[in-house]
Ligand binder design. Structure first.
Ligand SMILES: Nc1ncnc2c1ncn2[C@@H]1O[C@H](COP(=O)(O)OP(=O)(O)OP(=O)(O)O)[C@@H](O)[C@H]1O
Ligand SMILES: [Mg+2]
Length: 296
């Protein structure tokens, strides 16, 4: 079990991670979601003892990462922008990790085969495709056979086949009773993989729970397209409707489609689309992380 308690990181005036208190449970895949800059990588780096928290703690069964006797046997991790020595073969890369993980050298080849890199074991990592790198990252994380996996954007850059493969792997690893935390900035990426999600927005957890609950808790949301967004936004503000940005215009929560149509007609605002949506999950995600730009 990974426990975050009041975990906070400030960089100067920016609060990158803001008072996170979350339990990440074993036997499940937890999606750690949020737009670019939400604080996902910073949280993982703090959990791995790479960044010192401004406040709070992250512990694995009660111990911080630095207190673990053999960290790689407890926690397997891959962070974004993990760099492999390009001149080293995949097998040699793992062989350098085997002594600190206290595993026999023979395990390196087994893990490579497990992630489908058996045939590429003797190739230089510099020649690897993105998908092969993703597999090697997972192999490195699995080397110590750890009960906890923290993977930062594990499907980033993978093709559809690679994504399907990674999904099956992560589900199987959780089914063995492991704690699996995967970050992503796309809900759709974790939708078929995660049991639970933690949604971050500007460093704060704005939702923690199961995807099923998020979907069913979804308020009624109507997607509105209009050639005059500012006028519609003013109308919504006047009537107290909640507005969130949506790729097709606005996602409106509160009123029915009929109420929206009537009010828009009354205000002389042309609507091009007025649709109560079934994609409430994506809309709920957008609403929860509303307004966060990629740069802050
Ligand atoms: N070392 C640092 N110094 C200053 N600011 C930092 C540092 N590391 C991260 N930040 C800032 O903290 C915020 C959160 O960054 P972080 O990398 O954790 O986001 P993220 O959720 O992983 O985003 P992405 O989806 O783009 O990977 C950003 O605004 C980032 O610029
Ligand atoms: Mg990141």
């Amino acid at each position: 079990m990974l426990e975050l308690r009041g975990l906070t990181k400030r960089f100067g005036r920016l609060t990158a991670v803001d008072d996170l208190t979350i339990d990440i449970s074993p036997g499940r895949v937890t999606g750690f979601l949020g737009p670019n800059g939400a604080g996902k990588t910073t949280t993982l780096r703090m959990a791995l003892g790479l960044v010192k928290p401004t406040a709070g703690t992250a512990t694995f069964d009660g111990k911080t990462y630095r207190q673990l006797a053999i960290p790689m046997r407890q926690v397997g991790a891959s962070l974004e922008a993990t760099s492999f020595h390009p001149g080293r073969t995949a097998l040699n890369h793992l062989l350098t990790l085997a002594p600190p993980a206290r595993v026999p050298d023979s395990r390196c080849m087994q893990v490579l085969e497990f992630v489908g890199l058996g045939p590429g074991a003797k190739r230089r990592v510099g020649q690897f495709s993105l998908g092969m790198r993703a597999r090697l990252s997972l192999a490195s994380a699995l080397l110590g056979d750890p009960p906890t996996l923290l993977l930062d954007e594990p499907v980033n850059g993978l093709d559809p086949e690679g994504i399907a493969w990674m999904r099956r792997m992560l589900r199987a690893l959780a089914a063995e009773g492991r704690t699996v935390l995967i970050s992503s900035h796309l809900l759709s990426e974790v939708y078929q993989t995660a049991d639970d999600v933690v949604i971050l927005s500007r460093g704060r957890a704005v939702y923690t729970g199961s995807l099923v609950d998020l979907e069913s808790s979804g308020q009624r949301v109507t997607v509105v397209s209009t050639p005059d967004p500012p006028a519609f936004a003013r109308l919504a503000a006047r009537l107290g409707w909640q507005l969130a940005g949506h790729p097709e215009g606005y996602a409106v929560s509160g009123p029915t489609a009929a109420e929206i149509g009537d009010a828009a007609a009354g205000a002389g605002i042309v609507l091009h689309q007025l649709a109560t949506r079934s994609d409430s999950l994506e809309t709920a995600f957008l609403a929860l992380t509303e307004g966060q730009g990629s740069i802050r």
